[in-house]
Design a protein around this ligand. Structure first.
Ligand code: FAD
Length: 638
């Protein structure tokens, strides 16, 4: 039997050797005090491996062979309801029978209490079979988990102490309906006039005199938005022109789009349509209108962006795993084809340029998996540590250690997530395009699956925050981090410089060299930004200098860094992956070859981007500034 877990040596390496399961299992099992829980890692790992084999086999045998039907599925609207193809219904019936929608929910809520990491691995395997099926899977269990996390965060979930378990939780109905497979959830952010720019959202949340909330507005491009439970982000506070303050005008709501009255479905919102897309065809992408639709406020007013980020961080890591599944499918198709196709006396995989392409594809997959697993591990550990600190009894010493773990994991997950989302999304497209190229004319023909893989992959750099938005986030986080904590920045630079010159192992010197290059690139950008700011002082009296230097406007003062953000993220990613692969080869020397391949490809690329950042861009920035100045009098005259 085909099995997408069993046939993937790199994925199995993480499960069997590369992941430190102990802290994850310990926290998932409430410090091994859960009543029916696993009492140690080997017990838990046996169960996790069974699940991975189950999903690996289901993906390979029940989903992958049906790729053509799924590609032609196109869910569409008839009389206000979305009609899904039989193939989708059958696949989801299978997932429901295996009770996978409750995989990561606690046992006391009817779930299997597996770590979120397992859901991510499953997502990779389902995505390898069909990306759009994977997306819809994520809007089941993932959304039930989000409902639970939100309730824990706002303080409406209560726990028993002995044995530790969840006693009650606010969104129990939503969680139970999703686990049972009866319905699913969605994340409703995008509107016709606002995608990346969330401060421009116009959907409104309104509270009546009795304290009840309703939402009104239209959301578009909503994946799986034909289900019942919608996490809707809406404006509740007065408008402001400031984009950053604008984010504080948003609140998060849980909105049921319909209710069942006397056995009949009664819609409380209106499905306006389903999109016809380039790919991703078995997944319904809907537009939906809310009009005074009853809603439940999550947390406090104005905390919507904070709650959205929690969902979004996990969703972005999820896109990393989806991208991996897509890359595996494209790469494996290319390898199989190249090994069979003869040209000029040998099979094409033996021609130098094709061999080079294939090797680079494999290395990019390994790099994406290194970041995906680490980001997912850190994100899960940080959020579980947060819950444990609030609800588990522990000694002062254990509490202090847990606090340190939480902070370290939060910082690392925050650093890695945009890098992963950016790299995974961009590379999934590149790997799919190369797979078509390796297939030659056959790659362009629908009969072969690879053109579908490219169409499906094209969404990764767009949804859950575009590649450009990831690059901006990484740039701002890193540069502002250096400004806020210059001591740490200087220390990291000094350590990288020292290691790059004096580490015993020449490979370690190269790893440190990439980190040094990333620090030097940031230092260049910071020096330039500060110099521009200092020049501005000429237009102010000395008494105003303090205020000018305090008043950093990212739009105006970060222009050069924004221009080069995608180049900077390339260097940041290269350094982060090199460090992860370095750690891996310390556990298992067989991993050293992956690191060497990575370094060989990334070092020249990073030098090129460093050169571009330090020598180009001013001409375009002057042109943009000129355009703005020309616009200003015209606007003033209006
Ligand atoms: C198949 C699919 C499924 C989706 N599912 C969901 C869903 O479930 N829920 C949901 O809410 N949304 C969903 N979306 C919407 C998706 O998240 C948005 O399309 C995405 O965030 C981009 O927003 P936009 O389309 O408005 O593009 P825009 O924000 O208008 O961006 C257009 C281009 O400009 C760039 N850009 C924008 N601002 C900047 C800037 N400051 N600097 C540099 N470049 C910039 C962007 O990177 C992009 O290249 C989905 C979209 C698709 C295609």
């Amino acid at each position: 039997m085909a099995n997408f877990y069993d046939d993937n040596a790199d994925l199995r390496w993480y499960v069997e050797r590369g992941i430190d399961w102990e802290p994850i299992v310990r926290l998932t099992e409430y410090d091994y005090q859960a009543e029916d829980g696993f009492k140690n890692v080997p017990e838990a790992l046996e169960f996790y491996t069974d699940i991975l084999n189950l999903v690996g086999e289901y993906s390979a045998e029940a989903i992958a062979p049906r790729w053509k039907e799924l590609d032609e599925a196109h869910p569409h609207l008839v009389d206000g309801e979305v009609i899904e193809a039989d193939v989708t219904k059958e696949i989801f019936e299978g997932l429901k029978e295996m009770e996978l929608h409750g995989l990561c929910l606690p046992r006391e809520l009817g779930g299997m209490n597996a770590p979120l990491l397992l859901l991510q691995f499953n997502n990779e395997m389902v995505a390898r079979a069909d990306v759009s099926t994977c997306t819809h899977v994520g809007f089941h269990g993932g959304m039930a988990l989000a409902a639970l996390m939100y309730s824990v965060l706002e303080g409406t979930t209560t726990f028993t102490k002995n044995p530790p378990a969840i006693a009650e939780t606010r969104f129990r109905q939503c969680i139970e309906e999703i686990i049972s497979g009866e319905t699913w959830g969605s994340m409703d952010i995008t509107e016709p006039g606002a995608g990346s720019d969330m401060a421009a959202l116009t959907t409104r949340g309104t509270q009546d005199a009795d304290g009840n909330w309703t939402v009104t507005g239209q959301k578009i491009f909503i994946t799986s938005g034909h289900g019942k439970w919608h996490f809707v982000i809406a404006k509740t506070e007065p408008d402001t022109d400031d984009a950053f303050a604008g984010l504080k005008t948003l609140s998060m709501f849980l909105v049921p789009a319909y209710e069942i009255v006397d056995g009949e479905k009664k819609w409380l919102a209106t499905l306006d349509g389903t999109e016809v897309k380039l790919g991703h065809n078995a997944s319904a992408t809907v537009s939906i209108s809310f009009e005074d639709t009853p809603a439940e406020l999550i947390g406090n007013r104005g905390e919507g962006f904070k709650y959205m980020l929690l969902l979004m961080n996990n969703a972005r890591v999820g896109v990393g795993f989806e991208s991996l599944g897509s890359m595996e499918a494209s790469y494996r198709a290319a390898v199989a084809y190249a090994a069979e196709r003869p040209s000029m006396g040998k099979t094409i995989d033996k021609h130098e340029m094709i061999a080079d392409l294939l090797e680079e594809m494999a290395t990019d997959i390994q790099a994406t998996r290194a970041m995906s697993v680490r980001a997912a591990w850190c994100e899960e550990l940080a959020s579980k540590a947060r819950i444990a600190l609030d609800h588990l009894e522990m000694t002062d010493e254990a509490r202090a250690e847990m606090e340190r773990t939480k902070k370290r994991c939060e910082r690392e997950s925050r650093h890695l997530t945009p890098l992963l989302k950016w790299f995974g999304g961009e590379k999934a497209v590149e790997v799919a395009r190369r797979s078509i190229q390796i297939h030659g004319g056959s790659g362009y023909i629908k009969e072969y699956q690879v053109e579908k893989l490219l169409r499906d992959a094209m969404v990764f750099p767009i949804y859950e925050g575009t590649s450009q938005i990831q690059a901006l986030m990484a740039m701002k986080d890193n540069l502002l981090g250096a400004v806020k904590n210059p001591k740490r920045f200087v220390r990291t630079t000094a350590q990288a410089r020292w290691k790059s010159m004096s580490a015993k192992d020449p490979v370690e010197r190269r790893v440190a060299g990439l980190r040094l290059l990333s620090q030097q690139t940031m230092q260049f950008l910071l020096t330039r930004l500060t110099a521009t700011k200092v020049k501005e002082l000429r237009h102010h009296s000395p008494g105003e200098w303090g205020t000018v230097m305090q008043d950093w406007d990212p739009k105006r003062d970060f222009a050069l860094a924004m221009l080069h953000a995608e180049r900077l993220i390339t260097i940041l990613t290269a350094a982060a992956v090199a460090e992860l692969l370095w750690d891996q080869q310390e556990i298992d020397p067989a991993r050293r070859e992956i690191l060497l391949n990575w370094l060989e490809r990334q070092e020249p690329l990073c030098r090129y981007h460093h050169d571009s950042i330090t020598t180009t861009g001013l001409r375009l920035l002057e042109k943009l500034a000129g355009d703005e100045q020309a616009k200003a009098p015209a606007q003033a005259a209006k």
